[in-house]
Design a protein around this ligand. Sequence first.
Ligand code: ACO
Length: 405
Amino acid sequence: MSAAAPAAKPTSAAKSDAAAAFARGLEGVIGGQTSVCSIEQDKLIYRGYEIHDLAAHATFEQVAFLLLEGHKPSADELARFKKEIVAERAIPASVAKFLTDAAPQLKAGTAVPMDVLRTAVGLLGHQDPDCQDNSAAANLRKSKRLLARIPTIIGHMQNAIDGRAFVQPDAALDHAANLLYMMTGRRPTTEEARVIDVSLILYAEHEFNASTFTCRVIAGTLSDLHGAVCGGIAALKGPLHGGANEMAMEMLKEIFASVGEAGIGTPKVDAWMEQAFASKRKLMGFGHRVYKNGDHRAGILHTLGRNLASRLGGTPGGLAATRWFDLGEQVQKIMLTKKNIHPNVDFPCGMTYFVMGIPVPQYTPIFVAARITGWCAHIMEQHADNRLIRPLSIYTGPAERRWNG
Ligand code: ACO
């Protein structure tokens, strides 16, 4: 720990106990109970269903229903849910105008899509008739509206950046396909739509991660769902959390710029990595607070992305899609051999979204389009059985002293 040693030892018994249990970054600390998700070293489970099972057999809409409503939907329930979501996709004109107005800042880089998305969600709250109502029924209605509208915000934002007329939602398309369509104006192939759909399933929920915990802390003060989600978006933006999917791709682009295509598969990549290790650089898309033997989600997305890449052509930098995976796999191998650190889900996500032509700054907003389901499930769970979340701290400042002496 870099901070100075405590000037005075905690005096109360409670503080002494807490000091004994102190874990930097709350590592290993149990922060509450949940029935939404369970993470074990060898399994990731959403409400009893294991992630490989969901990725192979469920759709994102089914998983969203599972997380929000608490059980697997029947065919009728799913049809009704999908209809409700499709009906809620349009965003208010004032929010659409805000997205147009934000385009210059997005282009200048003073704002990034995660900032604009956070503000847009706040604006949606202002106009939501249920905004100040924390009842279970109102929270569920708000959750569904956000689930439906976040892809529209992302799509319109990208259209504004590209100087294109807003691509309106297509009621015939499922959630993932519609998200891609609104961003690009192009209807994705069945395979592309399924790859995005699975990525949304993998990103939907992850127990007490930093952004979900943020949402729960905010909800724990009995603040509202939109406010809690804004906090979750702010937390997810960071490169140590969801922002890593963008940074992982930026890092691969940096390696490629350094070694060139001919350098892929050669010791030039090892040399780049050695330099990164020597400068104590964190390699984005690697490591995890909970998984030390690999992230269950990473392999699933890697396989899908790699398969898709083999059917795609060149990417914006001119490199064939599969070559990004060749480079990524080499980087993974070096990380494992030299550091024994595995990729997390953000690493294959970066490559997969890149070869699909999705603009890098939208990767973390797409993560939000999925995680909104997990966040809302946790906010509802917190509101349903609330106790203020308020830990203690260990004081490291100066000993008590007199203002006038
Ligand atoms: N690159 C290089 N070294 C790493 C990495 C990495 N990505 N991750 C961990 N390490 C090293 C650390 O330098 C440290 O080494 P040391 O003991 O010699 O100092 C050791 O492994 C432990 O790392 P911590 O950062 O203390 O582990 P922590 O559990 O606090 O952090 C985290 C987990 C933040 C995810 C970390 O692995 C990291 O920064 N990864 C890169 C960012 C990233 O990919 N985040 C996405 C996480 S998944 C998600 O949010 C969807």
